[in-house]
Design a protein around this ligand. Sequence first.
Ligand SMILES: NC(=O)c1ccc[n+]([C@@H]2O[C@H](COP(=O)([O-])OP(=O)(O)OC[C@H]3O[C@@H](n4cnc5c(N)ncnc54)[C@H](OP(=O)(O)O)[C@@H]3O)[C@@H](O)[C@H]2O)c1
Length: 205
Amino acid sequence: MALGTAGYTAALCVMALQKHGVARGDGEVLVTGASGGVGSVATALLAGLGYAVTASTGRPEEKACLEGLGAACVIDRTELSAPGKPLQKERWAGVVDAVGSHTLANACAATKWNGAVAVCGLAQGADFPSTVMPFILRGVTLYGINCVFVDNAKRALAWELLAKHVVGPKLEAMTNEIALSRAIRAASDLLNAKLKGRTVVDVNQ
Ligand SMILES: NC(=O)c1ccc[n+]([C@@H]2O[C@H](COP(=O)([O-])OP(=O)(O)OC[C@H]3O[C@@H](n4cnc5c(N)ncnc54)[C@H](OP(=O)(O)O)[C@@H]3O)[C@@H](O)[C@H]2O)c1
C-alpha cells in the first residue's frame, strides 16, 4: 500500500517514456511534484533505472530527501509554475508531470527534440496553457496516463518495475505510517501540501 495508485501511476509514466525511446544517456528527465506520491516514486524509479533525474518541488527542505531517492538535481517549482515562452531552451529528454497547468506547458516548451512528456496529474491546475510549438517544431510527444483502463499484462510490468527498483529502503524512506484516528488530520495536511511521499493508514490502530 505504500506504493498504492500513485506509485503504480508513476510506473506507467516511466514506461511511457521508455516505450517512446527516452534512454538513460539522453540527458535530464524532469519529475514535477517530486515530493508527492507520484513524484517521489517516479524519482526513485527513474533513478533506479539509471536516468539523470531533476526533481521539481515547492519544498526546498526536501532537497536531501529527494537526493536520497536518487535525484541528481533539485529545482524550485517556481521555475516552472508561471506563464512562460512557448518554446524555451531545450533541457529535458523526458518529463513525468503530476502538476499540469503552466508547469506542464513550460515542461513541454523545454523538452528536447523528439522528447516525450507523460502527464498524469493536475496538482497545479487542469488547464494546459500551451501552444502547438513544442509539438510541431520539436516533435515533442505528450502522453496522457490513465491508471484505470490498463490491461493486466501492462499492470504486471509496472508492478515488476516497482518491485525491482523502488521496493526496499527507498520506499521505506518515502513512507510514513499513521493510525486510522489520524487520517482526517492527515487528509487536511495533504490538501495543504504538508504531507510528503506516501502515507499508509493502519486501520487496526
Ligand atoms: N492519471 C491517473 O491515473 C492518476 C493516478 C494517480 C494520481 N493522479 C493525479 O496525479 C496528481 C499527483 O497525485 P499524488 O498522489 O502524487 O498527489 P500528492 O501526493 O498530493 O502530490 C502532488 C504534488 O504536487 C505538487 N503541488 C501541489 N500543489 C501544487 C501547485 N499549486 N503547483 C505546483 N505543484 C504543486 C506538490 O509537490 P512539491 O511539494 O514537491 O512541489 C505535491 O506534493 C494528482 O493530481 C492526482 O489526482 C492521476
